[in-house]
Design a protein around this ligand. Structure first.
Ligand SMILES: [Cu+2]
Length: 131
């Protein structure tokens, strides 16, 4: 009887081991897509007596990175646009707006505010996606 219970115990541990191994292998494969680390950036939109600005002039990521940009408009009326990535979002005053995308195109892309005159007064920056 004791031997039977021990055998059952070993079997159970083996099964748990196999299950765990399969699970972690599965995760590793999935990880290429869903577990890619997120690169996060925090930007403020505002104007002062020298121009209209995003607080970050440059964002640099690697191709395939998941990118999260948290934008808070702290002064004025602004939006956030990256044409090549099809991103265009209003950023209401004092609200954190979260923009997420996968950087699947390499190159240098301009992000800017599309409110008339703002880009010309300085409200733009460069997204660099390194291949
Ligand atoms: Cu603006």
């Amino acid at each position: 009887m004791n031997k039977f219970i021990i055998a059952l115990g070993i079997l159970a541990i083996a099964l748990i081991g196999i299950f765990w191994f399969n699970n972690s292998t599965g995760d590793a494969v999935k990880g290429d897509i869903s577990n890619t680390p997120v690169k996060e950036f925090v930007i403020e939109s505002f104007y002062d007596n020298t121009g209209i600005w995003f607080s970050l002039k440059e964002i640099s990521v690697n191709k395939g990175d998941n990118v999260r940009i948290k934008i808070t408009n702290i002064k004025g009326t602004h939006d956030f646009v990256i044409d090549e990535y099809g991103i265009k979002k209003m950023t209401p005053l004092n609200e954190e707006v979260i923009i997420e995308f996968t950087a699947d195109k390499t190159g240098e892309f301009i992000y800017y505010c599309s409110i008339p005159g703002h880009r010309q007064k300085g409200q733009w920056g460069t997204l660099k996606v390194i291949g």
